[in-house]
Design a protein around this ligand. Structure first.
Ligand code: ASP
Length: 311
């Protein structure tokens, strides 16, 4: 077994994130949050555990951090609730689990994994997903667990309007979006996971790209693993994650070339602001974004760590 053939990347959302919009102490908190989540995932890989468990550990750490829009810290929807989406996929056998519009579950990504492994289905939604979680012994968290002051303030500003807002475009100082992780383990298996609270003031059961396999999340050992963040409607229409995998599989492009085409050409053309993290079967990592910034971090094949926010 080659002990260095492991690598991981994570993100904590993309959008209008510029240096003058964050205080130095807030910036440090985000960097620390990213680093801790990255290390949680990398520790799993170092123990020779699976890339699936690594992305799970990293995403759960981000879900537990109130700074990020996932799990604790998820945004408020139109009726003042938190409805969360998450997905996880194994590149080895294309097994996938996804949950959308679920409330009161501490770690939606863990529920996505249970759906992948304990149900005959890929995606469960809202009340049904909640019932499944209860059957699986998931702890139900009270609404107060998900309350954070800054998300509440964001919602108060637009709750009586028809607007809904991407977590990181209009009020940049408050903006953290979706979280995600991709990893390659020592057996050459790829995995991806994504988790989000979606958009502030969303209604009618709106679901974005994060939880949709092939749009916001995808993994295939033959090509790559991807987790996206950005304006979900545009990412859905672009089938972003699977498109990158297809460009590698059918056109023979490198990961970097495929990411460039999708993030900097195709998405830009239709106004799809955001970015993604990607890792290929050889452990190459790309973290492209067409927005001002993206919370992101990686540890590459050489064990080198990078934690960044801005361009
Ligand atoms: N893509 C997510 C969604 O549309 C939002 C985000 O990445 O911030 O739900």
């Amino acid at each position: 077994m080659n002990p260095i053939a492991i690598a991981i990347a994570i993100h904590g959302g993309a959008g209008t994130i510029a240096p003058h919009l964050l205080t130095p102490s807030l910036e440090k908190e985000y960097l620390t949050g990213l680093e801790n989540a990255l290390k949680a995932g990398y520790a799993v890989l170092k123990q020779n555990d699976s890339s699936t468990d690594a992305v799970l550990a990293a995403v759960m750490a981000l879900e537990d951090n109130p700074l990020f829009n996932a799990g604790k810290g998820a945004v408020f929807n139109h009726i003042g609730k938190h409805e969360m989406d998450a997905a996880i996929m194994d590149g080895k056998d294309l097994m996938a689990g996804a949950v959308c519009g679920v409330s009161n579950i501490k770690n939606p990504v863990l529920l996505a994994k249970a759906i992948k492994e304990q149900s005959a289905h890929v995606m469960l939604a809202t009340q049904g997903a909640f019932e499944f979680a209860k059957q699986q012994g998931f702890e139900v968290m009270p609404d107060e667990y998900f309350f954070t002051e800054h998300r509440y303030a964001q919602w108060q500003e637009i709750k009586d309007t028809e607007n809904y807002q991407l977590d990181h475009t209009e009020k940049p100082q408050n903006k953290m979006g979706t979280v995600g992780a991709v990893a390659l383990d020592n057996l050459g298996n790829l995995a991806a996971a994504t988790s989000t609270g979606g958009m502030t003031n969303k209604k009618f059961g709106r679901i974005g790209d994060s939880t949709v396999i092939g749009a916001g999340t995808y993994a295939n050992n033959e090509t790559c693993a991807i987790s996206c963040t950005g304006h979900g409607e545009l990412f859905l229409r672009s089938v972003v994650a699977y498109d990158i995998s297809c460009l590698i599989a059918y056109k023979g492009l490198t990961l970097q070339q495929a990411c460039d085409i999708v993030v900097h050409q195709k998405l830009v053309k239709i106004g799809g602001e955001g970015g993604l993290i990607a890792i290929d079967k050889n452990g190459n990592i790309e973290m492209p974004f067409n927005s001002e910034g993206m919370y992101r971090a990686k540890i590459d094949l050489a064990g080198k760590m990078e934690v960044k926010i801005y361009k």
